[in-house]
Design a protein around this ligand. Structure first.
Ligand code: GDP
Ligand code: MN
Length: 415
């Protein structure tokens, strides 16, 4: 059997998580939810000052873990999770961690500023397991994944001959069956009281997952204490954006400072924008066409800077904002506009772009492929009022031209 899960880890140090229309929350919030469902976690508290850090550490008995709260995994390896053996040390660690730029493989090289710090009672443990619930798109079911080698090195478990894995596709009508969970506990060599804990924690987490429309729930490590019991020492959760309207409490967990600013700005205008790491800004109508555009670029060696779907009924202002996101993105060396006008008129798109370009005075090379509703008019508007625009007849040509334009303008800038 192949080792590992072939899935993304939210908690892993080496994995860059792509956007999937979901809201992430902080560890301390995830633990609040776990407690609500009676999953055992250490006691802890968010602290906002050095004196509070000292006081909380004192209340928790002095031996505590000081934890950076950012929407990224791999904090331990990046220096964002530290053990303190006294209240004074906890206060020092608070000062070191609060405000630091935490760089983990998930934050990218720029890192993330730590704005919140959580302190909890330290736990002595013997083993670290990994337990997650995710959605398996193939079977359309919630799948439970578990590994005997959890903790910061969870990804290495896939290459570890001694690691044991459990996988259970859960029937939504029944939930996770106790016997199946016991089978996984056996496989992971979880015995005694811990086996019952494992079953109990898995079932409660499953209920939490379903009742809150989770996308992913990851407990890593699920630690076995020296008393032989299981405790969730870390937890990452994300929720389906489309279902948030029915969970007002979860909306209160949103931390916009942790989110990508361009994605927020686009969402305000009803556009879906996803930041990617290339240099060609893309403005497309329709998610399918947007994906096809990214593919067309990729096959020509073009590097999209973003996915941007303006949808079928964006206003001129929304399109202006959308194109401004591309103009203001310093990484962009060219823009590719690919619009198949249906309900959306190419005239509206062209006017929005003209406004954005004339306000900014940008010289960004633009390749436009306009087709369908009012395409001719749209092209005329762009040709008359935008200096750096060139037109393509179809998607393939547009992708080739945009790729060449990005290379050309990058070379021009470097010179
Ligand atoms: P992550 O690196 O973002 O996944 O942050 P975690 O909260 O998982 O912490 C990283 C590692 O720190 C864990 O895998 C544990 O090995 C360790 N750790 C976390 N909490 C405790 C604790 O209470 N006691 C001890 N001894 N180690 C801890
Ligand atoms: Mn972790």
């Amino acid at each position: 059997m192949e080792k590992g899960f072939g899935l993304f880890y939210l908690d892993a140090p080496n994995r860059n998580i792509g956007y999937s229309a979901c809201m992430k929350i902080h560890e301390y919030q995830a633990k609040e939810l776990l407690r609500l469902y009676e999953v055992p976690t250490p006691i802890g508290s968010l602290v906002a000052s050095t004196s509070e850090a000292r006081r909380v550490a004192e209340e928790l008995g002095g031996r505590v873990v000081v934890k950076a709260q950012v929407h990224a995994g791999g904090r331990g390896l990046g220096g964002g999770v530290k053990l303190a053996s006294s209240p004074d040390e906890a206060a020092q660690l608070y000062e070191r961690i609060h405000g630091m730029t935490l760089v983990t493989k998930q934050t990218g090289p720029a890192g993330k500023i730590v704005r919140r710090v959580y302190i909890e009672a330290a736990t002595d443990f013997l083993r670290e397991f990994y337990l997650a619930l995710a959605i398996d798109r193939k079977s359309g079911r919630v799948v439970l994944l578990a590994s005997s080698q959890g903790g910061s090195a969870v990804e290495d478990a896939a290459r570890d001959d001694n690691a044991a894995f459990g996988r259970l596709e859960i029937d939504g009508a029944i939930g996770p069956a106790a016997f199946a969970l016991r089978g996984i506990a056996d496989k992971l060599e979880i015995g005694g009281k811990a086996a019952s804990d494992f079953i109990d924690i898995a079932r409660k987490s499953y209920r939490l997952f379903i009742e809150n429309d989770c996308e992913l729930l990851e407990i890593n490590p699920l630690a076995q204490t020296s008393e032989g019991r299981l405790v969730a020492l870390d937890c990452k959760m994300s929720f389906d954006d489309s279902a948030l309207f029915r969970h007002p409490k979860l909306l209160g967990y949103r931390d916009v400072e942790e989110e990508v600013p361009e994605e927020l700005e686009a969402a305000k205008h009803g556009l879906s924008y996803v930041k990617l790491d290339g240099n060609i800004g893309c403005l497309v109508n329709g998610a399918g066409l947007a994906l096809a555009t990214l593919d067309a670029l990729a096959t020509r060696g073009g590097l999209p800077a973003n996915f941007l779907d303006i949808g079928g009924s964006a206003s001129g202002e929304a399109i202006e904002r959308a194109f401004s996101l591309i103009i203001e993105d310093g990484r962009c060396k060219a823009a590719l506009v690919n619009v198949f006008g249906g309900i959306m008129s190419c005239e509206t798109v062209a006017s929005g772009i003209v406004h954005a370009v004339s306000k900014s005075g940008t010289k960004l090379p633009i390749v436009a492929r306009l087709s369908g509703n009012s395409a001719e008019l749209g092209r005329r508007i762009l040709a008359e009022r935008v200096a750096n625009v060139r037109f393509a007849d179809d998607l393939e040509q547009a992708a080739s031209m945009a790729t060449a334009a990005a290379v050309g303008s990058a070379a021009h800038i470097e010179r």
